[in-house]
Design a protein around this ligand. Structure first.
Ligand code: OSB
Ligand code: MG
Length: 375
């Protein structure tokens, strides 16, 4: 469905701080408290919707941060849409023509426009996007652990909870023994993958080849965040499919991946690709090419999670994503109901609830807010 245009009256950005239930370590840094950017929009009829910008505190995943995205959203992007009649499906191209980069800033605003359109039209965000799944398979992304034994302990509890995919963060020195320990403890049939967040170079091919022995479903972004060419040199040397995350910022990068043979699977994070129009283009292209995709995560609150769940209900999202239930991240989420997973590791898609499918706890957000700006 193409969302109908509407008048956008106001955008309010807020920053809240939400402590993670446990620290999350990737090769480039550790998060303990998530600095989250929330977006609230109001249309000309007084209808409101909440969304989320997914930039991290530091530019150690991509080049954006909470602060750069805050500036880009409040000073450059919001003025292009506030006070105007906006068509959500046209805003990606508007932002793209006006400003280079800043995908997460663009995505935070663009996606919230889709959430508001869904609310206005009385349809679920999932349906508005073309989603068809009643439920989605969930996986868990496990941060780098102090020892292989500690990792095995964690995996055991996550498998017992029902997760359908285990993703282990790796970096040099924290790779082969960790993967081997999990395989030895739980066997070869557990759907397992690793994510290196750019921790390797082509000098490490020998180590990366050792991973082939473990039958992983994929290895995510082993090399530099912006380097498709070297991934194209690496993939033919590995049996394990490469999945690109950081490197895919728009449709053209997905096409480049195919041209260069740089990977066989894509992790779509709608925030990373500047929103839903871009996500849909990548979805449709990969579907036509026979390339599976799955929905990644950026440690979102229950608000950002609603957008990920909606996207993951589209047909080419054939692999379990990094979409875990609220309690994996937060002692208490900022939405109700909280996101829950059943014993089979599935999350129900709120296909029949208008809007983003959850109610936002505005009183709690007020208490958690450390700064806000209204445009
Ligand atoms: O590379 O996928 C990643 C979290 C922060 C930054 C980068 C990544 C991640 C995750 C977490 O893997 C996924 C989640 O939200 O559970
Ligand atoms: Mg990743």
């Amino acid at each position: 469905m193409t969302p109908a245009p509407f008048h956008l009256k106001r955008i309010t950005l807020r920053e809240i701080h939400l402590p993670l239930v446990e620290p999350f370590a990737i090769s480039s840094g550790t998060e303990t408290v998530r600095r989250i950017t929330l977006v609230e929009m109001e249309d000309g009829d007084g209808v409101t919707a909440w969304g989320e910008g997914v930039a991290a505190a530091l530019p150690n995943y991509n080049s954006e941060s909470v602060d750069t995205a805050w500036m880009a959203m409040s000073q450059w992007l919001a003025p292009l849409i506030v006070g105007k009649t906006v068509a959500p499906a046209e805003v990606y191209d508007l932002f793209h023509k006006a400003m280079r980069g800043h995908e997460m800033a663009k995505g935070g605003l663009e996606m919230t426009l889709w959430g508001l359109a869904a609310t206005r039209q009385g349809v679920s965000l999932a349906k508005l996007l073309g989603g068809t799944r009643e439920e989605i398979g969930t996986g868990i992304s496990i941060g780098i652990q102090p020892s292989p034994d500690k990792l095995v302990e964690k995996v055991e509890s996550y498998l017992a909870q029902g997760y359908r995919k285990i993703k282990v963060k790796i970096k040099p020195g924290f790779d082969i023994p960790y993967v081997r320990a999990v395989r030895e403890a739980f066997g070869d049939r557990v759907p397992m993958m690793v994510d290196a967040n750019n921790a390797y170079t082509l000098d490490d091919v020998a180590v990366l080849k050792q991973l082939d022995a473990f039958g992983l479903i994929m290895i995510e972004q082993p090399l530099e965040w912006d380097d498709l060419v070297r991934h194209g040199q690496l993939q033919p040397q590995l049996q394990t499919p490469i999945c690109l995350d950081e490197s895919i910022t728009k449709l053209e990068r997905a096409q480049d991946m195919v041209t260069l043979g740089a990977g066989r699977i894509i992790n779509i994070k709608p925030g990373r690709v500047a929103g839903f129009t871009s996500s849909l283009r990548i979805h449709d292209y990969t579907r036509a090419q026979g390339i599976p995709v799955w929905c990644g995560g950026m440690l979102e609150s229950g608000i950002g999670r609603a957008y990920n769940v909606a996207l993951a209900s589209l047909p080419n999202f054939t692999l379990p994503g990094d979409i875990s239930p609220s309690r994996r991240y937060w002692a208490q989420d900022i939405v109700s109901p909280e996101w829950e997973m059943n014993d089979d590791g599935m999350i129900a898609v709120p296909l029949r609830t208008p809007g983003i499918g959850v109610t936002v706890d505005t009183a709690r957000i007020d208490n958690l807010t450390v700064r806000s700006v209204t445009i």
